[in-house]
Structures are given as C-alpha cells and as structure tokens.
Design a protein around this ligand. Structure first.
Ligand code: SF4
Ligand code: SF4
Length: 224
C-alpha cells in the first residue's frame, strides 16, 4: 500500500487562501488505512476549513482513488455540489490527486497529503517500507528480505563490514539487513545462497515515468 501523511495544515491553508469553496475527496484504500483520507479525516478537514471561514460543498470517499475511470463514475451524483466548487482537495496519495486532475480538468486540485513509500502495515497505522519498486526483484536470492530497501546502502552483496552486534552502522537502531538475510537463509536451509554474487541491477527498469499494459495482447492489435 502507499503510505501517506497529512501535509502541515498551516501550509495547506496558505495554499488555498485565495479560494472560498471546496469539495473534499478521500480514498477507501491506502489513505483510509493510513488515517489520511478516510471518513474521520474528511470530517476533520471539513471542520477545519469551515472554522477558517471556507465553504465545503461536499465530501466523498472514492472506492479506489487512483482508479481514474471508476472514480469519475462515482463522482457523477455530486454534479450540483461540484458546480458550486472552486477547488478540489484530494486526501489520498499523489496518484489519487493526479487521477482527480483528470476528472476535473477545469478546477484547481490540491493534495492534503504527502506520499512517502510503498509499505506494509505491521500493526494498526504502523508502516514499514519493504520494497522500493526497483523493477527487477531479487528476493528469491535473499531469502525474501530486500536489501535494496532494508539496507541503507542498498547493497546487493553484504554485509558491508560496518555491522555492529548485528545492527546497521548507518542506522544503529535497525538490524543489519544482511544479518537478517543470513539468519533467514540459515533457517530455510539455503545458506549456500550467501556465497552467490548478485549481479549489478539494471536500474533502467525503475526509471520514471513508467507505463504498463497488463492486458492480454489481441492478435492484430498493438499494446504498449
Ligand atoms: S528487489 Fe526490488 S522489487 Fe524486489 S522487493 Fe526489493 S525493491 Fe522490491
Ligand atoms: S550494516 Fe548492514 S544494513 Fe547497514 S549498511 Fe552495512 S550491510 Fe547495509
């Protein structure tokens, strides 16, 4: 899931200070789980805007905010509220905000959140970064633990030599990723994998922006 956190409210209010009417869009997926774009947060921002003398024409929580076409369809019943709206504030990740730029080509669309990383939820509203979306996964060689993300140096072959008591020299409060990989490989009887050199990655595979069509290719038709 995409982990987000709320933008400083003073900064948000400064950004929108020239406008008076707002429609708020939340997201039922990642932003709801992060506590940045669910019903409580929509209500909270509505109250804050009203306390600042602004009008909130409506609030809406998309099923999946980054799903452009689906969200456009879900917004159809809000035609009247949107006609009375100067600005749309999107309470999701950056992808959701840009989906709303497509839905509202004639209105300013502003984010209420910063998007931080792709994360795992370890406990309620506690998130860990585990994958950096490198585009060329090597987890099968590292016991399922990602050194690209979990080692601050992103070492493909480790440890680096600075490991101290099993912890990382860069971030002493975390376990060295390569110690974790060793322990894991030992547990699953794959310690020999530690001796295999992982080749340099093809970083062009994580170059932005990327486009992918996961649709099956139809004969005679080209897909990207
Ligand atoms: S190797 Fe790349 S794709 Fe696999 S978990 Fe790590 S960052 Fe993600
Ligand atoms: S101590 Fe381990 S996790 Fe930290 S930088 Fe070195 S190899 Fe990476």
């Amino acid at each position: 899931m995409i982990i987000s956190k709320k933008i400083d409210r003073k900064k948000l209010l400064e950004t929108i200070k020239d406008y008076n009417s707002f429609f708020l869009v939340g997201c039922s997926e990642c932003a709801s789980l992060c506590g940045t774009g669910g019903e409580p947060e929509l209500e909270e921002l509505k109250k804050e805007l009203e306390a600042a003398g602004k009008k909130v024409t409506g609030t809406f929580r998309a099923k999946t905010g980054c799903q452009v076409l689906g969200t456009k369809v879900e917004l159809k019943p809000f035609k009247d509220e949107l006609a009375d709206t100067q600005v749309v504030i999107v309470m999701s990740c950056g992808a959701g905000t840009q989906a709303m730029v497509e839905a509202f080509p004639d209105k300013p669309v502003y984010p209420s959140n910063d998007s931080l990383f792709l994360g795992n939820m370890t406990r309620f509203q506690m998130f860990d970064e585990r994958c950096s979306l490198c585009g060329e996964c090597i987890l099968e060689q590292t016991g399922g633990i990602c050194p690209v993300t979990n080692c601050p140096k992103g070492l493909l072959n480790g440890p680096c030599g600075g490991t101290s008591n099993g912890n990382c020299e860069v971030s002493p409060d975390i376990r060295c990723a390569w110690v974790r990989i060793y322990d894991r490989l030992e547990k699953i009887n794959r310690l020999d994998d530690m001796k295999k050199v992982i080749k340099a990655k093809d970083w062009s595979k994580s170059q932005s922006p990327q486009v992918l069509s996961a649709r099956p290719k139809k004969e005679g038709k080209k897909t990207k």
